[in-house]
Write a protein that binds this ligand. Sequence first.
Ligand code: ZN
Ligand code: ZN
Length: 374
Amino acid sequence: MNSDKQTAVLEPPPTPRRVRGATMRANVFHGPNEIRVEEVPRPRAGVGEAVIRITLTTICGTDLHILRGEYPVKSGLVIGHEPVGVIEELGDGVHGYEIGDRVLLGAITPCGQCRACLSAQWAQCGHGDGYEALGGWRFGNTINGAQAEFLLVPNAQANLAKIPDELSDEQVVLLADIASTGFSGAESAKIKIGDSVVVFAQGPIGLCATAGAKLLGASFIIGVDSDPVRMKMARQMGADVVLDPNGCDVVAEVKRLTGGGADVSIEALGLQVTFENALRCLRPGGTLSSLGVYSGKLAVPYDAFAAGIGDYKIVTTLCPGGKERMRRLMSMVQTGRFDPTPLITHRFALDDIVEAYDLFGSRRDGVLKVAIRP
Ligand SMILES: [Zn+2]
Ligand SMILES: [Zn+2]
């Protein structure tokens, strides 16, 4: 017997890293075209809340709208709504979790208690009361967000989704928003096995809508985009054909390819022209599933809408959130049904996030999504 073993001293268990400082680094919105990383007060968990040490986050197209002043948020807000991290603090009343657990949080954090939540309309959560339009979207909208070292999580019990050990941060970070949103565009359209589907715009959300259509059983998927990187990625995510709107009449081509019009069209850009084309591409009785965020007025043309009696369905969806939605999406990655990692094209440190916004906003260098590590 080896005598060393008898005298070996047990190593103490590793303690989770704790940062006891009163401040943290965070990306703060100060007004249109004015964001910067600075020291802000570090959050503390109250009753029903948790604090997450962020290990990975990203920048969303919606953050660009905020930066450009096209979607109003208050000055001084920490922005970002796609958080992956480790539980740092648990407030009273949050059960079943340990400090140090790895967790994913949806961009939408429903309370789980209000009329909206209990009617499965989590994105329109009214926080303990009735419905509130977009009320479920809080991070980086109405409360401090994820582009920071730490994040305060409200209604933690409904929102902390434990990450399976075998999944990396990069495998789950895009589930918080773009995969949940893109898939929901396909789900809301109630895509059936054998459907033909056209997806307008193959940005990150449109690409996930394409993947969602394939997962739901579409037999033929047409992606629409003019960017060569996005056109190539559309095929990787499940598109059979990709149409460049600068090179063809998309509506005529979709009608030709589908024998008279698609069963489902998904709009993932938020422009009048794409909304209208998405409607014109449909067969009578088809479904337009709209994910775009529109500004100003959106018109439904009389002829494309068959005077209102063509049995068309128009549905809209905001990203579904909550821990059960995140668990389901992670299970798709775990079993190899869906791999979001090809969409992460660039990586930055939190301190360089302004540079990352510039790259993401200009769509330079084939960028799709950027991973941000505090
Ligand atoms: Zn987003
Ligand atoms: Zn609620």
